[in-house]
Design a protein around this ligand. Structure first.
Ligand code: PNS
Length: 161
């Protein structure tokens, strides 16, 4: 059942070192990891799907068993099509839990063969989120500890428009 392949989906608006940390830790334990840049219909995005995809590709370049892809549809449809039975999500705090539980139950109800793994964010990243980074960047605060130089530049460009 494709036990050595996993997927890590998300919005990545933009990708942070918290995401990169989850990707690296997962990639060490699976033969192949699909990082899928997706749309959450409940969110308003700063970056388009293709802008988010480019930033994710740039930040994850060099991790050799990672495939970066994008899909504008239902997650389980992508997973079924690629025969991926392992899903990875990161958890930071209790506040993430309810949303994750709801999503996990919905995804497993749509795709019962799916197993979902939750990784706790490393403490250095346990409080950062893409939305907090956008807020700090909007007020020209220093975000260099949490995102790559490339993302920092893209954020500056976008927020100055
Ligand atoms: O980084 P996020 O915003 O927490 O990621 C959420 C995402 C994009 C993985 C989720 O919204 C998703 O799977 N979107 C695709 C549409 C879908 O399958 N929705 C059903 C989820 S139960």
């Amino acid at each position: 059942m494709g036990k050595k392949i996993a997927a890590y989906p998300g919005s990545f608006d933009p990708i942070t070192y918290g995401h990169v940390n989850i990707v690296k830790r997962t990639a060490e334990r699976f033969n192949k990891l699909y990082v899928i840049v997706m749309n959450n219909p409940n969110k308003e995005y700063l970056f388009s799907l293709s802008e988010r995809l480019e930033m994710v590709k740039t930040d994850l370049k060099g991790i050799k068993n990672v495939v970066v892809d994008t899909f504008d549809g239902l997650l389980v449809d992508y997973l079924k099509r690629h025969r991926i039975f392992n899903l990875i999500r990161g958890l930071r705090a209790v506040s993430d839990f309810e949303y994750e539980l709801q999503m996990a139950n919905a995804n497993r109800s749509l795709f019962p063969e799916l197993e979902i793994f939750f990784l706790m964010a490393d403490t250095d990243f346990s409080f950062i989120s893409s939305s907090m980074i956008k807020e700090i960047a909007n007020y020209e605060g220093d975000i260099s500890k949490w995102v790559s130089k490339n993302v920092e530049i893209k954020l500056k460009e976008k927020l100055s428009k």
